[in-house]
Design a protein around this ligand. Structure first.
Ligand code: NAP
Ligand code: SF4
Length: 672
C-alpha cells in the first residue's frame, strides 16, 4: 500500500475536482515576458501536469499596466492576449490537470516609476515611491481585476488566484502599515478589507459558479503594522461569504526581515498557521512554504493542517515529483534544497528561472532528452555535482556509464556543504544521485584513483574528467603553521577550530565557514524552536514582536577578512545574502576589507588594515581563498587523441559554483 494515500486522494471542491492534493504554486519565471516564453511555459507546465500535479497556478499576471512587477511585465488586459494563455490551458488540460491564473497587482512593490498604492508610502525594498490612488483609481482597478478574470475564463483557465498576500497591493490596502487613507477605503478594518472583498464579489458575480476563485491570504505578515490574528480570521470568513472557493496561505511580506523560504527555515515551518485557521473556518485551505517531500505533504493532509499542499520550487527540481510519489519511488525524487540560486535569484536578476539541481527546468524545449543514437561506454572520473549530473543524464539516455571516485563517498563539495547548519538539505541531492545512479545501472567505484595506466587498460569510448578543484593555498609567510586549517578539513571534521578564529577569504565559502563556526545544528524536532528563538518570533501573532533578532550568545570570536574593498557578502544571491549578512552581524563577526596578510606565527595572524599593522591573536586561521582546477589528466588524454571532456571545477575553478557545474554536466550528457 502506498504510504501517501491522503496526499494522493482526490478532492471534490464543488467547482471542480482535483485528482490529488498537490498544487504547483505560483512562480514568476520571466518566461512570461520572453519571446516565445508562453510556448516554453506550456512545455514546462505540461511536463508537470503529465506527471500528475492536480492544480497549477501560473506566475502573477497583472490586471493593468501599473500593477506589473516591472515595466513591460506580463498583464492580461485584452482579447488579443488570449491565444498565448490558451496555449497554457490547453497544455495542462491535455494532461488531465487543472490550471488557475494568478492575478497579481504589485502596488508599491512594482519596479517602475508608475506604481500606485493606497497611500504614497515608499516600500523599504523599492527605489520608486508610489502615487496614492484616488477613489476613481480604486474603482478602475477593481474593474481591471474583474476584466482580467473574465479574460482568464475566456482563455479556459479553471479559475483565478487573487494575490492578496506577500505585501502586494491588496495586502497594502488591508494593513494599517501601508493604508493611511481617511476615506471609505481606509481607517477601520472594515474599510481596509473592502478592496479585496469588492474584487472577490465582483469577480464571482461576473464569472459565475463554475469558475474557481482562490484567494492568497496573508495569514502572517511578519512586519509591524500588519493584521492581527482576529482580523485574519474575520477576513477569511468574509472572503468565503463573498465567493472564494479556496484560501491559500501567504506568509511574510517581501520586506519582512524574517526568512520564510530559505534553507535555514525548517521544513513545514509555517504549516501550523494554516492549521490554526483550519480550526476557525470550513473552507479548503492550502499549506505552503518549505514543503519539499511527499512525506511532509502527507503529514500536512493526514494530520489536518490543510486540505491541499502547495509546492513551487520542488516542481522546478523534479517534474516527476507526483508520479514518483504515486509509484512509491519518493527516494528517487530530486529534492529542492531551498538554495534559491537558480530560481528566485534568477527572477530578481531578470534571467529565466531554472533550478540548481535540475537545469532543464523552464528550458524543456531547449534541452530535450532523446535516447542516445550511438550508445557509448563512458568513464566519469570524479563524483562531485558535475560528474554525478553528467552520469545520471548520460545513463538516462542509454549510455553505459562507470563513475570512478577517489573518496569514500559521492557528492564532492556537497559532502562539505551538507555539514553547514542551514544547508542540511544538500544531503538530499547526494541521496538522489546515489539512488538514481543505482536505478539506472551506473557502476560507481569508490576509493579509486584513476591514472594513465588504468585508462589505457579500461577501454571506455569516452572519458569525462570531473575531478573538481583543490583549495588555493595563499602565499602568506607562515602558511604552513599548525594554526592554519584548510576549509575542507574544518567542514569535514578532520580538524576542529579554537575559540578565536580568523577566516581568510570572504566568498560564499568563507561566509559558510563563519556560519559553521558560529551556529549549531538542531535535531529536526528542535529546529522550529531554534528558528523562532533566533529570529525572535516567540509571539508570532503579534507582528511588532517578530522583527528584533534574538540576542544569541556567540560561541566564538570570528574575524572575516578579504583583500578587496566593499561590503562582505555582496556577491551572494539577492534572496539569501541578507540572511547570511544579518546572521554574521548578529554574532558579532568582525569584518575587515582591504586587508594585507603579513604573516602567521605562534602569536596569530599579522595583517595590515587601513595602513595599520595589527595582530589578530587567533587560535586558528581558516583558509577559504578560492579554488584551482585539478585537470592534468584531461590535457594528457586529449594529447593522446582520446575522446575526452572536462566539466565542473576541473574545467574552470574561478567563480564556479554547483549551479554551473551541474548545468555543464547535464548539457554535455544531452549532446554526447
Ligand atoms: P570565491 O567566492 O571566489 O571567494 C574566494 C575568496 O578568497 C575571495 O573573497 C577572495 O577575496 C579571496 N582570495 C582569493 N585568492 C586569494 C589569495 N591568494 N589570498 C587570499 N585571499 C584570496 O570562492 P569560494 O568562496 O571558494 O566559493 C566558490 C564558489 O562557490 C563561488 O562561485 C561561490 O559563489 C560559490 N558558493 C556560493 C555560496 C552561496 O551561498 N551562494 C556558498 C558557497 C560557495 P579577496 O580577493 O578580496 O581577498
Ligand atoms: Fe530549489 Fe535551489 Fe532549485 Fe530553486 S534552485 S528550485 S531553491 S534547488
Amino acid at each position: 500500500m502506498n504510504n501517501h494515500q491522503n496526499i494522493l486522494s482526490p478532492l471534490d471542491l464543488g467547482v471542480m475536482t482535483l485528482r490529488n492534493r498537490f498544487v504547483m504554486g505560483s512562480m514568476h519565471t520571466n518566461l512570461e515576458e520572453s519571446p516565445d516564453g508562453f510556448h516554453r511555459l506550456a512545455a514546462f507546465y505540461k511536463e508537470r501536469a503529465a506527471h500528475g500535479v492536480a492544480l497549477i497556478i501560473t506566475g502573477g499576471i497583472s490586471p493593468n499596466k501599473e500593477g506589473g512587477v516591472a515595466r513591460g511585465a506580463a498583464h492580461l488586459t485584452s482579447v488579443t492576449q488570449l491565444e498565448q494563455h490558451q496555449c497554457l490551458t490547453q497544455a495542462v488540460h491535455s494532461e488531465g490537470g487543472k490550471i488557475c491564473m494568478q492575478i497579481l497587482h504589485t502596488g508599491r512593490y512594482g519596479y517602475h516609476p508608475d506604481i500606485v498604492a493606497p497611500s504614497s508610502i515608499q516600500a523599504p525594498i523599492n527605489v520608486f515611491k508610489p502615487r496614492e490612488m484616488s477613489e476613481h483609481d480604486i474603482e478602475n482597478t477593481i474593474n481591471d481585476f474583474v476584466h482580467c478574470a473574465l479574460l482568464a475564463q475566456q482563455a479556459h483557465y479553471d479559475g483565478v488566484e487573487i494575490m492578496g498576500s506577500e505585501g502586494y497591493l491588496i495586502n497594502q490596502f488591508i494593513a494599517p502599515r501601508t493604508n493611511h487613507r481617511t476615506d471609505a477605503w481606509g481607517g477601520s478594518y472594515t474599510n481596509r478589507i473592502k478592496f479585496p472583498l469588492e474584487i472577490v464579489r465582483r469577480i464571482s458575480e461576473a464569472t459565475g459558479p463554475d469558475f474557481c476563485i482562490i484567494f492568497r491570504l496573508s495569514m502572517l505578515d511578519l512586519v509591524e503594522g500588519g493584521s492581527s490574528w482576529e482580523e485574519v480570521v474575520l477576513l477569511a470568513h468574509a472572503l468565503k461569504a463573498h465567493g472564494v472557493h479556496i484560501i491559500n496561505t501567504g506568509i511574510g511580506w517581501h520586506e519582512a526581515r524574517v526568512p520564510t523560504i530559505a534553507s535555514i527555515v525548517p521544513r513545514m515551518a509555517f504549516a501550523w498557521v494554516t492549521k490554526k485557521l483550519k480550526q476557525e473556518i470550513d473552507i479548503p485551505l492550502i499549506a505552503v512554504n518549505r514543503i519539499n517531500s511527499p512525506e511532509i505533504a502527507e503529514i500536512i493532509i493526514s494530520e489536518g493542517y490543510a486540505d491541499l499542499v502547495s509546492m513551487a520550487r520542488p516542481f522546478l527540481a523534479d517534474a516527476a515529483f507526483v508520479s514518483k510519489t504515486m509509484s512509491g519511488e519518493s527516494h528517487l525524487i530530486n529534492t529542492c534544497i531551498a538554495c534559491n540560486q537558480a530560481c528566485l535569484d534568477h527572477t530578481f536578476e531578470l534571467k529565466i528561472s531554472s533550478c540548481l539541481v535540475n537545469p532543464r527546468a523552464c528550458h524543456e524545449t531547449l534541452m530535450p532528452i532523446s535516447p542516445a543514437q550511438n550508445v557509448k561506454k563512458i568513464g566519469v572520473i570524479g563524483a562531485g555535482p558535475a560528474g554525478l549530473a553528467f552520469a545520471e543524464m548520460a545513463a538516462r539516455r542509454g549510455h553505459k556509464v562507470t563513475v570512478f571516485e577517489k573518496g569514500s563517498g559521492i557528492g564532492g563539495q556537497f559532502l562539505l556543504a551538507k555539514n553547514i547548519p542551514g544547508k542540511e538539505e544538500y544531503k538530499e541531492t547526494i541521496r538522489y544521485f546515489e539512488n538514481q545512479l543505482s536505478a539506472l545501472g551506473v557502476i560507481v567505484n569508490l576509493g579509486v584513483t584513476i591514472d594513465l595506466a588504468d585508462i589505457a587498460k579500461d577501454k571506455q569510448d569516452v572519458w569525462v574528467i570531473a575531478t573538481g578543484s583543490v583549495p588555493v593555498l595563499p602565499n602568506i609567510p607562515g602558511i604552513d603553521h599548525e594554526k592554519v586549517i584548510m576549509y575542507p578539513d574544518l567542514l569535514s571534521g578532520i580538524k576542529i577550530a579554537g575559540y578565536k578564529v580568523a577566516v581568510i577569504g570572504a566568498g560564499g565559502i568563507g561566509i559558510d565557514v563563519c556560519t559553521f563556526l558560529l551556529k549549531s545544528h538542531h535535531a529536526p524536532n528542535k529546529a522550529w524552536e531554534a528558528f523562532v528563538s533566533e529570529w525572535k518570533m516567540e509571539n508570532l501573532i503579534d507582528p511588532s514582536d517578530v522583527l528584533k533578532k534574538a540576542n544569541v550568545q556567540p560561541q566564538r570570536e570570528v574575524f572575516l577578512l578579504k583583500r578587496s574593498p566593499g561590503k562582505h557578502g555582496s556577491k551572494l544571491g539577492k534572496t539569501t545574502g541578507w540572511i547570511h549578512r544579518s546572521f554574521l552581524a548578529s554574532q558579532g563577526v568582525q569584518m575587515y576589507a582591504e586587508v594585507e596578510y603579513v604573516g602567521i606565527d605562534d602569536a596569530g595572524l599579522h595583517i595590515k588594515h587601513q595602513k595599520e599593522d595589527k595582530l589578530l591573536e587567533v587560535d586558528n586561521i581558516i583558509i577559504c581563498a578560492g579554488q584551482q582546477s585539478e585537470n592534468t589528466l584531461y590535457h594528457t588524454l586529449k594529447s593522446q587523441g582520446l575522446e575526452v571532456y572536462t566539466i565542473g571545477g576541473a574545467e574552470s575553478a574561478g567563480e564556479l559554483d554547483a549551479k554551473i557545474a551541474i548545468e555543464q554536466g547535464v548539457k554535455l550528457a544531452l549532446h554526447i
